[in-house]
Design a protein around this ligand. Structure first.
Ligand SMILES: Nc1ncnc2c1ncn2[C@@H]1O[C@H](COP(=O)(O)OP(=O)(O)OP(=O)(O)O)[C@@H](O)[C@H]1O
Length: 251
């Protein structure tokens, strides 16, 4: 479980996050949603420790990110998997080398153990027979699978995903969403996904935090979302004609 407790983040005199408190549950896909510029990425980066918060606390299963010494921070980093926008693969490395990279960096596993672990992760994302290909030789959806395999290589407790569907077609987006959702449940990870994709919200939103102009305006599940009485969230959801029509059906 990850908790944000009264988190504020400013850049010089610009306050981007305003008093955000939220609990992100273990074994669940927790989504941060909101319009472009609302502060989702800044919140995600603050949670993961890439931004230092101006005020407030981030707790990883009760461990405060702020209070950790550098050794403890390094240990915590190894419990975190990250999936970035794009896929952030290393272009000059093969698929297998990309997945092995965190194992090379952070473990003392033998070559054989690393190969086995990389193969296990590639199988898990249903990507067989691609080990020796370069990222440029595979599709965007396959690249995303490699990125997921790399993110879970160290068997993380926490998984952070920044816009995992950016650049993917709707069908591939669903496959990637479902994969993230499945592995979250299977490995009991605390997963936080930053998205503005309503299809993701309806597909995998176990828990949803809605951010508006840097403040938390709403939280709930995908099943609650059609019953909200919150103008800002309604404007966000029903910006799409399709979702306005779905709402009519739910009435
Ligand atoms: N390093 C920074 N310095 C100053 N301002 C920043 C910095 N990073 C983000 N901001 C500002 O914080 C606000 C929120 O940005 P953020 O990237 O979190 O939005 P977002 O909700 O993730 O948007 P998008 O969906 O478009 O990615 C924006 O006004 C942005 O300009």
């Amino acid at each position: 479980m990850i908790e944000a407790v009264n988190v504020f983040k400013s850049f010089e005199d610009k306050e981007v996050l305003k008093d955000i408190s939220a609990v992100f549950e273990k074994g669940q896909t927790n989504l941060i949603i909101g319009q472009s510029g609302s502060g989702k990425t800044v919140l995600l980066k603050s949670l993961v420790g890439l931004h230092e918060v101006t005020k407030g606390e981030i707790l990883f299963d009760g461990r405060s990110l702020v209070g950790l010494n550098s050794k403890q921070k390094k240990a915590l980093r190894q419990e975190i998997g990250m999936l970035f926008q794009g896929s952030a693969l290393f272009d000059s490395m093969t698929v297998e080398e990309n997945v092995r990279f965190p194992l090379d960096m952070f473990t003392h596993m033998t070559e054989e153990e690393k190969r086995d672990r990389a193969n296990f992760c590639l199988d898990r994302v249903r990507l067989e027979n691609a080990n020796n290909r370069l990222p440029s030789e595979i599709s965007g959806g396959m690249q995303k699978r490699v990125a997921i395999a790399r993110a879970i290589a160290l068997n993380p407790k926490y998984l952070f995903c920044d816009e995992p569907n950016s650049g993917l077609d709707p069908r591939t987006s669903i496959v990637i969403d479902e994969l993230i959702h499945e592995i979250t449940e299977e490995y009991g990870m605390t997963t936080i996904v930053n998205t503005h994709d309503m299809n993701s919200v309806m597909g995998i939103g176990d828990k949803i935090i809605f951010i508006y102009q840097g403040e938390k305006y709403w939280e709930g599940t995908k099943d609650d979302i059609f019953h909200v009485q919150n103008k800002q969230l309604e404007d966000f959801i029903f910006a799409s004609k399709m979702f306005r029509q779905i709402k009519e059906v739910h009435k």
